[in-house]
Design a protein around this ligand. Structure first.
Ligand code: ADP
Length: 379
């Protein structure tokens, strides 16, 4: 309630602005009245006594006209002074209510902002007041929700990273302690197992660094015109030996005359290799992986289709989230930390494309799609 008294506060300034407006109006009215009242009185006299009354009037009559003129002007001025005072009083009350209407939602917004700044991310501002103020509060709440979400993700990330570090570190500690206590043989096999865990930690550190760089927008794209067929050929050349070794067929279906896309070839290759690596990992020997690229509107759409273990419907919406793994125990053993697809998503979106996954269910294989804009759209 005492907010409006605060020096320089919005309510105080609104009140002052209203008062100045009313005072200016009252002074103008008074000035205009004093200026026009005598002639108005004369016109009234003419209307009452006729246009030639002054010619027939005696000295007493003229004197009386002067006196009534002065009285009329004074009465007008007094009436105006009284009505102006009443108007100012009413205006102060109306102005107080109106400034309260404006200032109260803003004060609530201020309190909410202060609480959020102090770390209370659940705080929201009441959506009240006039149209703009209500919109401001709604927008503020959207921003607060985004902040809360970012904070939750930050906390979750720290928890996830700690969790990911704990398992390999515990394994390494187990082997080293076993060797110190002479329970485990310090032979080549043991050291190879230790090295495996160290490499997993190294991979995790590298993935996390890459993810933070991509998500922070620190990855500069060297965008050029890239032929989809050339990209697929490069991915094929990299991964063919691994597919052959596991006994999984890898096929590419790309029309040679497909228009070029606007992309950083290294980054798109990274996405393709990641998707193909996953397809290989989750497809048993004897299976097949097909890479397809077709024109779809203003984009080229890639599809990496496998005949592997498939993905149950409940996991599909979460697959691109950080550290999300369908079968945590199994995939940890095979090396994935659940960051690969998150990086792919960030990279594709950085190019202005989209990425998504479809699967008919467990045992039905999976298809990962992503799009990249055609080159001419950027020319
Ligand atoms: P990871 O490094 O653990 O593979 P990703 O982010 O690449 O992490 O993948 C997240 C999860 O998505 C994997 O743990 C796996 O459960 C699932 N997944 C990814 N690709 C496939 C696929 N082709 N078939 C079945 N499941 C897959």
């Amino acid at each position: 309630m005492k907010g409006w008294l605060v020096r320089g506060s919005l309510r105080r300034r609104l009140l002052c602005a209203h008062l100045v407006t009313i005072a200016a109006g009252a002074i103008t009215l008074l000035g205009t009245t004093l200026l026009f009242a005598p002639s108005l009185h004369d016109r009234l006299m003419i209307a009452w006594l006729g246009p030639h009354w002054s010619m027939t009037a005696d000295a007493g009559m003229v004197e009386m006209e002067r006196a009534t003129n002065a009285i009329f002007t004074l009465a007008m001025a007094q009436a105006l002074a009284i009505s102006s005072s009443v108007a100012i009083l009413v205006a102060v009350m109306v102005s107080l209510a109106a400034s309260r209407q404006i200032a109260q939602p803003l004060e609530r917004l201020l309190v909410a902002a202060q609480r959020i700044a102090a770390g209370h991310y659940r705080e929201r501002a009441p959506v009240q007041g006039d149209y703009e103020l209500a919109r401001l509060a709604a927008q503020f709440n959207t921003m607060a929700a985004a902040l809360e979400n970012a904070e939750q993700r930050r906390v979750a990330l720290i928890g996830d990273v700690a969790h990911e570090l704990r398992t390999p570190l515990a394994t390494i500690a187990g082997y080293v302690e076993g060797m110190l206590d002479a329970v485990v043989e310090p032979d080549e096999g043991t050291w190879a197992l230790v090295l495996d865990e160290v490499n997993r930690l190294r991979r995790l550190a590298g993935d996390l660094q890459e993810l933070s760089r991509v998500e922070a927008g620190q990855v500069a794209l060297n965008t050029t015109a890239v032929a989809p067929a050339a990209l697929c050929a490069a991915a094929l050349a990299r991964l063919e030996p691994q597919f052959a070794e596991k006994g999984v067929m890898l096929r590419i279906h790309v029309a040679p005359d497909l228009p070029p896309v606007s992309a950083d070839p290294d980054r798109v290759l990274q996405v393709l290799i990641n998707l193909l690596g996953n397809a290989l990992r989750y497809t048993p020997a004897g299976g097949e992986v097909v890479v397809q690229a077709v024109k779809a509107g203003d984009t080229v759409q890639w599809a990496v289709r496998d005949t592997g273990i498939g993905i149950a419907a409940e996991h599909l919406p979460h697959l691109f989230e950080r550290f999300y793994r369908v079968d945590k125990a199994r995939t940890r053993a095979t090396g994935g930390a659940g960051i690969g697809l998150t990086i792919c998503k960030a990279l594709v979106e950085l190019h202005g494309g989209q990425i998504w996954v479809e699967s008919a269910g467990l045992g039905q294989g999976a298809t990962f799609f992503f799009t990249l804009p055609l080159f001419h759209h950027y020319e």
